[in-house]
Write a protein that binds this ligand. Structure first.
Ligand SMILES: *Cc1c(COP(=O)(O)O)cnc(C)c1O
Length: 405
């Protein structure tokens, strides 16, 4: 029997039909499904603009570019994240930096962000770890006080919401982030195979992101400048003629486009998103119940208890004191695997990665809570197609391996 992975996509017949129809339509790269997916996604999260790209790493890179973050600037993110949340700052020549996490939510700690603020900080990438929103209200208050841009890395948070002052706010649709990014990698909440989305209410950010997604090219005649000296029309008929072939490049862009059939899959997955989220919440509730009285397992903590059923729950991460239990994490993972239960460790603190140590001089001790978290974290299988028997298998296996002799 297959090992249960920590996360996995759900593809059904309607998804396959959507992909097939899209490919048969003849559009393979940018076509009508891209616009349709962007509109449906913006509508779903309550944002003005959604720009679909080939992956979320590209969306984060574009976020840095449109916010005009570059050399001499510092960007703060959480050490408890995937590499891309920090790498995006390095892509544009800025300095990625890290601020320690909150021991309950495993998200960027706003008190530490305020205390560690440096005058060259131009951006904050707040990561919604496991789907729980970072404390966006507090983080944006600090960042905006200093004129910094707030980017919410919501790669774990597709479809998630949080409560603030008795109201529900959608990730991507609230005003405490300037730009929000989402991932549609197969392990995330919904998938396009590969894919990402940049969401913003800022017209200029959206327009620049769209342009940079495809080589910085301009095709709308009203924006043309000309090919003459200084990039202007000069009266030279051959140079000034602008026929149907004509385009201009105004910025140094990339090929960060997503295909039409990926967006067709995205649309189909979006229509299934609520069923994914509901099943994830059911499984999380079953785990929480089963582990509530287990001294060895710490279940995921929330900043606000009322967010329990608003959170999208990309990951179910527990904390285990392996040292006190007298087993190593890798041996426990091996025992679980023998019982068909796959687990994962998310994340290695990014500042400890060799490239970050050698490039920026970061060392162990910089973010002690994230480092302590890393010693004890373990993510259990969580995906919508898990059967009740699968969930029971994970629970029973966890209770067995945390039963000290
Ligand atoms: C997955 C992920 C990314 C990168 O997403 P891709 O679509 O794979 O590029 C960035 N940040 C976080 C927090 C992620 O989990």
């Amino acid at each position: 029997m297959d090992i249960l992975p920590y996360g996995r996509q759900s593809i059904d017949a309607s998804d396959l039909q959507a992909i097939t129809e899209s490919i048969q339509s003849g559009w393979l790269t940018t076509g009508p499904k891209v616009d349709e997916f962007e509109e449906a996604f913006a509508d779903r999260v309550g944002a003005k603009h959604a720009v679909a790209v080939c992956n979320a790493t590209a969306a984060l890179h574009l976020a840095m570019l449109v916010a005009e973050i570059g050399p001499g600037d510092r960007v703060i993110t959480s050490p408890n994240t995937f590499l891309a949340s920090a790498n995006c700052a390095a892509f544009v020549g800025a300095t990625p930096d890290f601020c320690d996490i909150d021991p309950v939510t495993y998200n960027l700690d706003p008190a530490k962000l305020a205390a560690d603020w440096k005058s060259d900080t131009r951006g904050v990438v707040a990561v919604d770890y496991a789907g729980q929103t970072a404390d966006m209200v507090a983080i944006s208050k600090i960042a905006r006080q200093h004129g910094a841009v707030v980017i919410e890395d919501a790669c774990h948070g597709v479809g998630g919401q949080f409560e603030h002052q008795a109201r529900h706010h959608k990730i991507g649709g609230h005003s405490w982030a300037d730009i929000t990014t989402f991932s549609f990698h197969p392990v995330k909440t919904m998938t396009c195979g590969e894919g990402g989305m940049l969401v913003t209410d800022n017209d200029q950010y959206a327009q620049r992101a769209r342009r940079l997604r495809s080589h910085g090219m301009v095709r709308e005649p009203e924006n043309f400048r000309g090919l003459g000296e200084g990039g202007k029309n000069t009266g030279d008929t051959a140079l000034d003629e602008q026929g149907p072939w004509y385009y201009e490049m105004h910025d140094l862009g990339f090929n960060y486009r997503i295909t039409d059939f990926q967006c067709a899959l995205g649309l189909s997955q979006l229509s299934r998103l609520d069923s994914f989220l509901n099943r994830r919440r059911e499984i999380v509730a079953a785990y929480n119940d089963a582990f509530a009285s287990n001294d060895w397992i710490r279940t995921p903590g929330l900043r606000n208890e009322r967010d329990r059923d608003l959170t999208s729950w990309h990951l179910y991460t527990i904390m285990v004191d392996f040292e006190r239990l007298g087993v190593t994490r890798s041996s426990m993972m091996k025992s679980l695997r023998a019982k068909r239960v796959g687990t994962q460790v998310l994340y290695i603190p990014v500042h400890l990665q060799p490239w970050y140590q050698s490039t920026f001089g970061y060392r162990a001790g910089k973010c002690p809570i994230a480092e302590q978290y890393y010693r004890q974290c373990l993510s259990l299988p969580l995906f919508p197609e898990m059967s009740d028997a699968d969930v029971q298998l994970v629970i029973e296996s966890m209770l067995e391996v945390t039963n000290p002799k």
